[in-house]
Structures are given as C-alpha cells and as structure tokens.
Design a protein around this ligand. Structure first.
Ligand SMILES: Cc1cc2nc3c(=O)[nH]c(=O)nc-3n(C[C@H](O)[C@H](O)[C@H](O)COP(=O)(O)OP(=O)(O)OC[C@H]3O[C@@H](n4cnc5c(N)ncnc54)[C@H](O)[C@@H]3O)c2cc1C
Length: 325
C-alpha cells in the first residue's frame, strides 16, 4: 500500500515506521524543520532546552517493552528524583514511586530513533486534502501536489486535524470542538543557590510544573550559570494571558521561583514559547484512534489516547495493528 502520513511527531513516526517495516510505501509530511512535534527543544547558548514534554511514564506493557529497548539503546534515561509540590505557597516534599524517563540527549530522540526507515518531507505543510477514485491527493501550502495514496493517516492535534478533514469525512464528528488548552513555557538560566534535591516541582495555579533541567542526567549547561529551568504555566493562567501578552513571562517565572525558594536568584537569560495545544481536556473514545474505512482514512495522536507521550505511541501502535488491507 502507498500511505501518506501528516505529522512527524511520535504518533506519526511510530505509525510510519510500523508500516515501513511491513513493506508498505510510506511518506510523512511535516510542516516543521525536524521531527518530534511537541517533543520539541530549543538550543540556547546556556543549554539545550526541552520545551514541550519534560519526561514520560510507561504503564502499558507494550509501551514498557518499547521503553526497555530504548533504555538498552541509550535513547532514553531514567530521571530519578523525588518531586516537590506547592502547598499554601510553600515547597513541600511529595515523594512518589513513579519512574520518569527522558529522551537522551533530548526528548525528540524518541522520534528520531523510530524514524530511521521512513521518508519525511519536512517544511511541507499540508493545507488541503482530497479523495478521488485514484486515492488521496495532498496539497502543500507552497502549492505542491502529492497524489496516489491508498490510505491517509492524520496525526496532528485534534483542532488541526478537524480543519483538514472536515470536507472529506465525518470521522471527527465524535470529537469535541476544543480538545486542548494552551501553555506558556519559560526557560530560565539562573545564578543563585537552590537545594540540590529540588529537581521537579508540581506547582500551583500560576506555574503547573517546573523542571530543573540542569539536574537531569546528561544535561550540559554553560559554566556561567548555576541552573537551567523550564517552567510550564497552568492552562488557566496561559489562557488568561493569551499568546499576544506583553507580560515578561520569564520575569514572572523567576519571581514565582524566588518566592517559592525564599531566596534571591539572578536571571541571566530567558526563553519563552506559547503552546497552543498543550494540556488536554478529558475526552475518551472507544479506540485510541479514529477510522473511516470507507474513505481509507485514519486519525491518530496522543489526544486519541488520553494525551501524553505514551498515548501517542499507543494510538499509532493500535491503529496500524487494526488497519485493514
Ligand atoms: C508544554 C507541554 C508539556 C507536556 N508535558 C508532557 C509530559 O510531561 N509528559 C508527557 O507524557 N507528555 C507531555 N506532553 C504531551 C506530549 O508532548 C504529546 O502528547 C505528544 O508529544 C504528542 O505527540 P503526537 O504525535 O500525538 O502529536 P505532535 O507531537 O503534536 O505531532 C503532530 C505533528 O504534526 C505536524 N503538523 C500539524 N499540522 C500539520 C500539517 N497541516 N501539515 C504537516 N504537518 C503538520 C506538527 O508540526 C507536529 O510535528 C506535553 C505537551 C506540551 C505541549
């Protein structure tokens, strides 16, 4: 079969790799410059920052097997720490038994490790799709046409998939109009002392999660900073500010961290990114993918399986397992 996949995040590349392994001809179309989607990173002089997912967990036995092989190949490492949480504005230990994994050196390594047998057209945004008797036709935003695909698999976030698919299939009819909520992310390079054991913090109504990236195994930071942090602001706070806010997100993050640590920190640099599709509203479907067999169309992605890294992998795995013909 000749299959087109839109999106080179974890779900798209996992699906592509499974199909390629079974001898199918697969082409992936990705609007960004590289693979990984929301396992994205940013290279700054003061360190390489994972700006999307910060770590992942593995509960499903099939995914646990995948993680085992990633561990053996040094694609992932265990990030071992006891988390803290914020209670009445105070930092409080919140130890748990959760095993947290990170990609090595960065989260997108998960995707690159799976994508070695797959052809990916990067910087190719698909803006229109059509089904004819000769199969699926895809039009890029630059005016290129790709045609003759027996199956189409769409792996973008729900809202983007709806925009593409609405005219071709009613497969998205069961999906709420809004599935994701936004997240402001702030990377901070700081100078100042913070206790070594503070590595990850479940936050409050302002910052939902803070990673001390510089404490993660293998992190290389510039010697002139003490720490590198990634703060993810809560969906409510992020929605309230909006993408166009004039607020200094880095400074707000620094003040939040200082208040929590009850110490003066010097900010040496910041980076900010607005994620439009981050936190998921609770939605569930019968299966971890959607399929329109008549149109030979499948829709996958973490959002079909509860969000998160594990959901992206499971969605692709189960969809390809059930794909007819
Ligand atoms: C801020 C943030 C924090 C997170 N934290 C965690 C965490 O700690 N743990 C965890 O497990 N998960 C976390 N997640 C969730 C996790 O990152 C995602 O669930 C997972 O990476 C999604 O993978 P995916 O393949 O479903 O989608 P994506 O990674 O979004 O991949 C979709 C791809 O499709 C491409 N695309 C979209 N439209 C088009 C088009 N028209 N043409 C071509 N390409 C297109 C996009 O560029 C993208 O590369 C977080 C996400 C965010 C944003």
């Amino acid at each position: 079969m000749k299959v087109a996949i839109i999106g080179a995040g974890l779900s798209g590349i996992k699906a592509a790799s499974l199909l390629a392994d079974s001898g199918h001809e697969v082409t992936v179309f990705e609007k960004s410059r590289g693979l990984g989607g929301r396992l994205a990173n940013r290279r700054e002089a003061w360190g390489k920052l994972d700006i999307g997912a910060q770590y992942f967990t593995a509960r499903d036995p099939g995914f646990q097997k995948q993680v085992e092989s990633w561990l053996q190949a040094s694609v992932v490492k265990i990030w071992e720490f006891s988390p803290y949480c914020v209670k009445q504005g105070k930092l409080t230990p919140s130890p748990d038994e959760t095993v947290r994994y990170i990609g090595s050196p960065l989260m997108n390594q998960l995707v690159y490790s799976l994508g070695t047998n797959v052809a990916v057209n990067c910087q190719c945004k698909i803006s229109k799709i059509e089904k004819s008797r000769k199969g699926w036709r895809l039009f890029s935003a630059d005016g290129e046409l790709f045609y003759g695909f027996d199956w189409l698999i769409v792996s973008s976030p729900a809202e983007q998939s709806r925009t593409l698919l609405d005219r071709c299939s009613d497969v998205m009819a069961v999906v709420p109009v809004t599935v994701h909520r936004p997240c402001w992310a702030a990377g901070l390079a700081t100078r100042g002392k913070i206790p070594e054991e503070v590595q990850g913090i479940f936050g409050d109504e302002t910052v939902r999660w803070a990673s001390r990236l510089s404490s993660r195994p293998g992190f290389i930071k510039s010697p002139d900073v003490d720490d590198v942090w990634m703060l993810h602001f809560s969906p409510e706070w992020s929605e309230q500010q909006g993408r166009e806010t004039a607020m200094d997100i880095g400074q707000t993050g620094l003040q939040w961290l200082q208040a929590l640590m009850d110490t003066e920190l010097e900010k040496s640099a910041t980076y900010r990114h607005y994620w439009r599709y981050a936190n998921m509203k609770p939605v569930t479907f019968d299966k971890p993918y959607l399929m329109d067999e008549h149109q030979r169309l499948a829709v996958i992605g973490a959002w079909c399986a509860g969000g998160r890294v594990e959901g992206a992998w499971l969605s692709a795995q189960e969809c390809i397992q059930d794909l007819p013909g």
